[in-house]
Design a protein around this ligand. Structure first.
Ligand SMILES: Nc1ncnc2c1ncn2[C@@H]1O[C@H](COP(=O)(O)OP(=O)(O)OP(=O)(O)O)[C@@H](O)[C@H]1O
Length: 258
């Protein structure tokens, strides 16, 4: 199975001002068990592209399809920056939400719910309400909920950007551990270059106005232990290469206010 993003274009119709072409000529595929990061300056269309891949928005031209899949509709796991947990549901009830929707038996819900709560390290907090959780724990609950439906594709839009730096670093490490267990095809939006190099198999760099693919970079480093001393030079070279590609557009975005 692979997810094909085929010549996607998105133009937002302006009211008084002219139309905004947010994305143009976007062509790539997410392979089975591949982690793809999407990076680019503010306003390059990262979120728009993720929304289109997730079917939350239609492209103006082109299409997204799941190749080699027998089911009619793919299962999608979505994790946003601000996880929208149901405030009146406990952690457990939030995690099994998608399973209830899909009419899984109570026993199956419990089995899968417990498995993913354990995977994200929320044991002991099953009965807590979201307001009792820290930011990092909320994100973990959201990730468990997205994983519980065993999605064909995991979509993550800046999932850790609202967290403090230490929590964020820990969550990146945890995500990598989880990913190594689940090996889910993942599209991950971030403006953090280090995060992209740390997590991804491939990094897609977008330019802005219109958002186009500037370069696709294979991160040829082992998934585990990527931050080890012996890879430091290569890691920094990848990060620098990406920054050089983004730098000019990021400076323009800063002047224009995004
Ligand atoms: N609903 C909309 N109507 C009009 N223009 C839009 C709409 N949504 C996004 N845009 C424009 O499309 C472009 C891409 O926006 P998008 O939010 O996808 O970028 P982004 O890369 O995710 O930005 P950021 O990193 O700041 O979150 C921007 O120029 C934005 O102003």
């Amino acid at each position: 199975m692979k997810i094909v993003i085929d010549d996607v274009e998105k133009t937002f119709k302006g009211s008084k001002k002219s139309d905004v072409t947010a994305l143009k000529n976007i062509n790539f595929a997410i392979r089975e068990e591949e982690f793809v990061a999407l990076v680019g300056p503010s306003g390059c269309g990262k979120s728009t592209l993720l929304n289109i891949v997730g079917g939350l928005m239609s492209p103006t031209n082109g299409e997204v399809y799941f190749e080699g899949m027998e089911k009619k509709r793919p299962n999608l796991g979505i994790v946003f920056q601000e996880i929208a947990l149901f405030p009146w549901r406990t952690v457990y009830e939030n995690v099994i939400y998608g399973l209830q929707e899909q009419k899984f038996s109570n026993q199956k819900q419990k089995e899968i719910g417990d498995y993913y709560i354990d995977m994200v390290g929320l044991n002991g907090f099953e009965n807590a309400l979201p307001k009792q959780l820290s930011g990092g724990m909320k994100q973990r609950a959201g990730i468990a909920r997205a994983l519980a439906i065993e999605p064909d594709l995991l979509l993550m839009d800046e999932p850790f950007s609202a967290l403090d730096e230490q929590t964020r670093t820990l969550m990146q490490e945890e995500l990598l551990t989880i990913w190594n267990r689940t090996k889910l095809s993942t599209l991950y939006v971030t403006h953090n270059i280090q995060e992209a190099v740390y997590l991804a198999d491939r990094v897609i760099v977008l330019s802005r106005h219109p958002g186009q693919i500037k370069r696709i970079i294979d991160i040829d480093l082992p998934k585990v232990g990527r931050k080890a001393e012996k890879y430091r030079t290569q890691f920094e070279e990848y990060a620098d290469q990406i920054w050089q590609l983004i730098r000019h557009d990021a400076a323009v975005a800063l002047k224009e206010g995004g």
